[in-house]
Design a protein around this ligand. Structure first.
Ligand SMILES: *Cc1c(COP(=O)(O)O)cnc(C)c1O
Length: 219
């Protein structure tokens, strides 16, 4: 199946209220352009440098989402154009995004990444860190970032019940954050293998790569 066909069949399974982020990491510009021609405008990348290169060469009405782990010293490269940063997992990173956004006179939308998987390797805040971040006395001084929701990745497993309970946990955290920040509107959860479960559990944004573009080859 082509990228165009994959996109069309995935879109049929996603409700209108759920935003589809086409995860194009490692894929060449031609692949992104095929998705673009099919109407896709939101793309997700996990390496700042790769995203900058694609932004420079591809149509300017694409919305670029940074979905990977972000190093603070790389924020400056994407600050001019990034439309949503999914992986904010520390107050220091949030402050750096704020600082770089200010230089460009922008307000950058961010998601706080929560650690929900039973795996050591996945990044993210735990419950205590989430609370600490939101109650940090400096938090309200950050005028150039806007927290618009949460993001999380479930454990890579065939156990559907486990995936479901991890997403349900993230949704409960989202509802808790919404009490303090009523303006939030984005719950980023679900990838190729688990997005149907994520949508059932309240996802408003799915990040889908391999089901659109085919499997990735890392060299
Ligand atoms: C790569 C990646 C995805 C997409 O994964 P697929 O299984 O290819 O859909 C989603 N979210 C994050 C954070 C990723 O790094």
């Amino acid at each position: 199946m082509s990228i165009t066909e994959n996109l069309a069949s995935i879109k049929k399974t996603i409700p209108e209220r759920v935003t589809l982020v086409a995860v194009s990491k490692t894929k060449p510009n031609e692949a992104l352009l095929e998705a673009y021609e099919a109407g896709q405008r939101v793309f997700g990348e996990n390496k700042v440098q790769e995203m900058v290169q694609k932004w420079e060469t591809l149509p300017k009405d694409i919305q670029w989402h940074m979905i990977g782990h972000v190093q603070r010293n790389k924020v400056k490269y994407m600050a001019p154009f990034v439309s949503l940063i999914h992986g904010v997992d520390s107050f220091r990173l949030l402050k750096e995004i704020n600082k770089q956004a200010e230089k460009h006179d922008r307000v950058i939308d961010c998601l706080l990444q929560m650690h929900i998987a039973k795996e050591e390797t996945k990044f993210g805040l735990d419950d205590e860190e989430l609370k600490a971040l939101l109650t940090d006395s400096e938090f309200s001084n950050l005028k150039n970032v806007r927290i618009v929701g949460l993001m999380g990745m479930a454990t890579f497993t065939d156990n559907q019940d486990q995936i479901q309970s991890e997403f349900a946990y993230l949704k409960s955290k989202y509802d808790w954050v919404a009490k303090q920040l009523p303006e939030i509107n984005t719950l980023s959860m679900g990838m190729s293998g688990d997005y149907a479960i994520a949508i059932d559990e309240g996802s408003t944004m799915v990040r889908i790569g391999s089901s659109i573009f085919g499997s990735r080859q890392y060299t």
